[in-house]
Design a protein around this ligand. Sequence first.
Ligand code: 6PG
Length: 235
Amino acid sequence: LIHAAAEVIASHVVGAVQSRGRATIALSGGSTPEGVYRLLGSDPLRSRIPWEKVDIFFGDERCVPPENPQSNFGMVLGALLKHIAIPLQNIHRIEGERVPSMAARDYEENIRTAFHSGASTPPRFDVILLGLGVDGHTASLFPGTPALSEYQKLVTDVYVGKLMAHRITVTFPLINNARHVLFLVSGENKTAILHEVFQGDALRYPAQHVRPVAGELRWLVDQAAASQLTTMPKQ
Ligand code: 6PG
């Protein structure tokens, strides 16, 4: 799964640079993607990607400083960023150490500036990588939070009661405007939620609201996570 995901991401990034001269990717946090980032940060994939033409963003962040073990940026820094020749200005960090609402506002501004986009349609990322929580959250769009109904802002801060923690997350309008949305799901602890998300009826879980308007939605899952799937998803 990790190798497949790294290859898919690398091919989309290289393709974007070939077609449009640049590539924009938003990385997910958590534990699953770390192995993917390590592959992208080591040869052969590392040297296939023109990092100076890639802008790296984050789909979400925990509201902690980068050196905190919880930090998604800290994880990506160690697994990928330290190992590639990428200009600093191409790394768009969510400032988890700041007041959440201010960091969210400034991150949205950072995105809009990088895409030279006004307040009209949301910027169109080439790749947005997402994970799936056992409660059906993705990025930091958690069940029962106001972030799920945020359709004006591209980025919002949210207090997640069950974690007793603030998070900063991209919103559905940004995710759903991407060219390629990739879910990466691994492990038997995700078997039940993956079955629910793919074969449950109503749009009960945040992950089910990821429906690219004009892009590709691809699920990269391993045998363990997929063991209860009997049919292809109703998308
Ligand atoms: C985060 C992620 C989050 C993650 C899921 C799955 O900040 O934690 O963005 O959405 O993708 O919680 O996490 P695991 O890969 O650790 O299961």
